[in-house]
Design a protein around this ligand. Structure first.
Ligand SMILES: *[C@@H]1O[C@H](CO)[C@@H](O)[C@H](O)[C@H]1NC(C)=O
Ligand SMILES: *[C@@H]1O[C@H](CO)[C@@H](O)[C@H](O)[C@H]1NC(C)=O
Ligand SMILES: *[C@@H]1O[C@H](CO)[C@@H](O)[C@H](O)[C@H]1NC(C)=O
Length: 208
């Protein structure tokens, strides 16, 4: 008697559990079923990065924060409705059921895990991760950094032929001239200031 009741109860409970989500979804006009960029989005520094979340219902509100280990999540966007908003180098585009988080020039400070709190018909939370990698070396970069100091790279446009690039005399001379000019200006300024000061000092006793 008892065993047959228990064996009946098992399948009945299973059916009840299976039917529960579908009956709830009818009342709630459908689940949001969030689907976000999965895995790690990895871009070289300075490049465009994009992460996105879709839900099955139009977004009502969305909040995104950057997870800081051991601290409170740092808000990037809070309670954003439909439309485009920008902040801290990020743009959030919320259009219908899609939300895109876009940065045109990814920086190291933007790397990390992003927590998305989404409200459509329900409230759901998802995470996406951004990794910033070293940009690939440009072919001529190592040559410049070895041959000249970093401040002088500005005076070496790409158009200069290879044989001229090997002799850094031009830039050095330019730098020397600029330094002498700068020093002259600074000295002249000091002399003017000094004479103004002595004049002031000479006048002071008379005034008081
Ligand atoms: C979101 O939806 C768009 C268009 O329906 C699709 O192209 C994109 O891959 C989706 N993104 C995610 C993360 O599900
Ligand atoms: C948001 O930005 C995207 C891409 O720049 C653009 O296509 C869209 O029209 C903008 N939407 C609004 C509401 O400004
Ligand atoms: C991020 O990228 C760097 C270099 O590309 C890699 O070494 C590191 O493992 C990556 N981190 C994650 C979490 O994928």
């Amino acid at each position: 008697m008892l065993t047959s009741a228990r064996s009946l109860l098992g399948p009945m409970m299973l059916w009840a559990l299976l039917l529960l989500p579908s009956s709830l979804s009818v009342h709630r006009r459908g689940w949001d079923n969030p689907s976000c960029t999965s895995g790690v989005v990895s871009v070289p520094r300075g490049e465009r990065a994009e992460m996105a979340c879709n839900i099955s219902n139009p977004f009502y509100l969305i909040t995104i924060c950057l997870v800081v280990p051991g601290k409170e999540c740092r808000f990037i966007f809070k309670d954003v409705a439909q439309g485009n908003v920008s902040r801290d180098g990020w743009q959030l585009r919320v259009q219908g059921c899609t939300a895109q988080l876009v940065t045109e020039k990814a920086q190291d400070t933007q790397a990390g895990q992003y927590k998305w709190e989404m409200v459509g018909h329900q409230r759901s939370v998802s995470f996406t991760t951004l990794n910033i990698s070293e940009p690939p070396d440009l072919p001529f970069t190592p040559f410049f950094s070895r041959a000249t100091s970093p401040e002088m790279t500005f005076s070496q446009p790409e158009a200069i032929p290879q044989h001229q690039r090997r002799t850094p005399m031009g830039p050095i001379l330019l730098l020397l001239i600029l330094s002498v000019l700068g020093l002259g200006l600074v000295l002249a300024w000091f002399r003017r200031r000094h004479s103004a000061r002595t004049q002031q000092l000479l006048q002071e006793p008379v005034l008081s």
